[in-house]
Write a protein that binds this ligand. Sequence first.
Ligand SMILES: Cc1ncc(COP(=O)(O)O)c(C=O)c1O
Length: 370
Amino acid sequence: MIEKLVRDRVKSLKPYVPGKSKEEIVRKYNLNPQDIIKLGSNENPWGCSKTIEKELSREIKNLHQYPEPVNPVLMRELSNFLDMPEENIIVGGDGADEIIDTLMRTFIDEGDEVVIPIPTFTQYQVSAHIHGANIRYGGYRKEENFKLNVESILNNITERTKIVFLCTPNNPTGNPIDKKDIKKILESTEALVVVDHAYIEYSRDIYDITKWVLEYENLLVLRTFSKIFGLAGARVGYGVADERIVNYMMRVKPVFSLTRLSQISAICALRDREFFNFSREKGIESREMLYRGLRKFRDLKVYPSEANYLLVEIRNGMTSRELCEELLKRGVIVRDCKSFEGLDGEYIRVSIGTFEEDRRFLEILRDILS
Ligand SMILES: Cc1ncc(COP(=O)(O)O)c(C=O)c1O
């Protein structure tokens, strides 16, 4: 009976596969939590701003009251941070994931199309599918370090296309999309082009196109507090777009999804520029250290990255599953890339760790591969 009630779209859904949590690995392998090195979910290994704890405990006394749907202090801080008007910003309470979902609920009618180049962040596909969109896939050129195949996007745009997703730097490949390619796509369609900048703070400034929203009415830039600000557990993301897009999205966005605790966390994070700069500088150093370390392995190919993770191809006949399992047994979590559609072969994705974690990971890897 239940089968008859559930939407077909839900029955045919391939659910999102999240990275493994520390708690899960502790339980499964009976390990000590302190010994686990988590390099699987592109988080900030240095945690978050130390200023947050005190402000959160102060806010606890207000937890019986609903939060403000739009927190003016957070909007002001975010507007300063981006150097953009508040009217162009929408903040979501389940991270950038909520902004993706809100986009679908605002723009997609059953049968509309979205264009997604793969391999990329899987949530676009999951959300598009649930909301009734038909997906057309574009691609990246593996032989050119996963450079975007612009023609594969342009050729898939039809009159039914509502949204084109471009992730830059792209997850899981780590490479940025050329600005001129983004421009070409923006200028050749009336569909909404969503540029996902979840990792932009780890890239060179030249790749940041957030300000383009003042020029292109069909652009939405997606950003998050989960990465550089170290707030993946607080679930705060935001979109930057034309004021009209923001206003329509505000109509359908869950009203109270941004909790009091998330709002306070985000405000503190934005005010602590020292921690932000530290995370950026050390994060890039960690990525470079891992890149140099991984390049030394004959059995692996590591791809250049502008994000806080590296894509690594396994070339010794071992599967990604086997390598991940060996690492897990030794307390290291990396991401098995098998669930990324469009990535044929054996790949893992390794997020940056503290320098000590990077060193230990490289040692453990040497042990497994030798
Ligand atoms: C490219 C990309 N976009 C968006 C997200 C979602 O971020 P959030 O934690 O803000 O929902 C992620 C998370 O890993 C991501 O990799």
